[in-house]
Write a protein that binds this ligand. Structure first.
Ligand SMILES: O=C(CO)COP(=O)(O)O
Length: 252
């Protein structure tokens, strides 16, 4: 049985002291349970401190983006080498907000996914359709092409270790969650695409998360679905109480 990966994506929120307090509390209270993996994806300036706070606990610290080069003249950017050196273990790649506001493309997502594996970071690759695409019945084709491009050139072992987050853009921060059936339908399609790219055996290992207005009230239903193995959570990951409820749901 695949585990559930519950990842908070704080986006551009919190101060350092708020971030430290949050991780201290979650590190103390999160259950050490084989069925759930807990990740907090925080803004860059907090990462070094949060890695220290999470030490000795089951909580892992992730970044929300990175460059694909190791170093160089890229003012303002952060490299995979830097993240790995800090003790960061995961990195969100290709979030729809990065694709929309910061010109992230499927090509750069693929480069970053390769770069993550070159530096021992687990990529959490985000895919998902807009409302217009859903209404035009383009969801499956769109998500399929994002997944195929993101995984291009990876070994089967690397694909098995990639986390995919299906986040329909119309459900992000809107309070509109995809129904658990809608979410699972796309997650199943993603797994079938991965089967086609690799093998049944590899595809069965891949963690596929759902993201988009996940909260304590709807998480159980989502996690109960056959191809949903966790959640990538924005708003409900900002308070320890709701985040810990999501983590608890992941232990079942
Ligand atoms: O974008 C998301 C996580 O990456 C989802 O955000 P919300 O949970 O706030 O809808």
């Amino acid at each position: 049985m695949r585990k559930n990966v519950i990842a908070g994506n704080w986006k551009m929120n919190k101060t350092l002291s708020e971030a430290n307090q949050f991780v201290e509390e979650v590190a103390a209270k999160a259950p050490s349970n084989e069925q759930v993996e807990v990740i907090v994806c925080a803004p860059f300036p907090f990462l070094a401190s949060l890695v220290e706070k999470a030490k000795g606990s089951s909580v892992k610290i992730g970044a929300q983006n990175m460059h694909y080069e190791d170093n160089g003249a890229f003012t303002g950017e952060v490299s995979p080498v830097m993240l790995n050196d800090l003790g960061v273990t995961h990195v969100v790649i290709g979030h729809s907000e990065r694709r929309e506001y910061f010109a992230e493309t499927s090509e750069t997502v693929n480069k970053k996914t390769h770069a993550a594996f070159s530096h021992d970071l687990t990529p959490i690759v985000c895919v998902g359709e807009t409302l217009e695409q859903r209404e035009a019945n383009e969801t499956m084709n769109h998500v399929e092409s994002q997944v195929r491009k993101a995984l291009e050139g990876l070994s089967d072992e690397q694909v098995a270790d990639t986390i995919i987050a299906y986040e329909p853009i119309w459900a992000i921060g809107t309070g509109k969650t995809a129904t658990s059936d809608q979410a699972n339908e796309v997650c199943t399609h993603i797994r079938n695409v991965i089967k086609d790219v690799t093998s049944n055996e590899t595809a069965e290992k891949v963690i596929i998360q759902y993201g988009g207005s996940v909260k304590p009230a709807n998480v159980d239903e989502l996690l109960a679905k056959s191809d949903i193995d966790g959640a990538l959570v924005g708003g409900a990951s900002l308070e320890t109480a709701s985040f810990l409820k999501l983590v608890e749901a992941g232990t079942k």
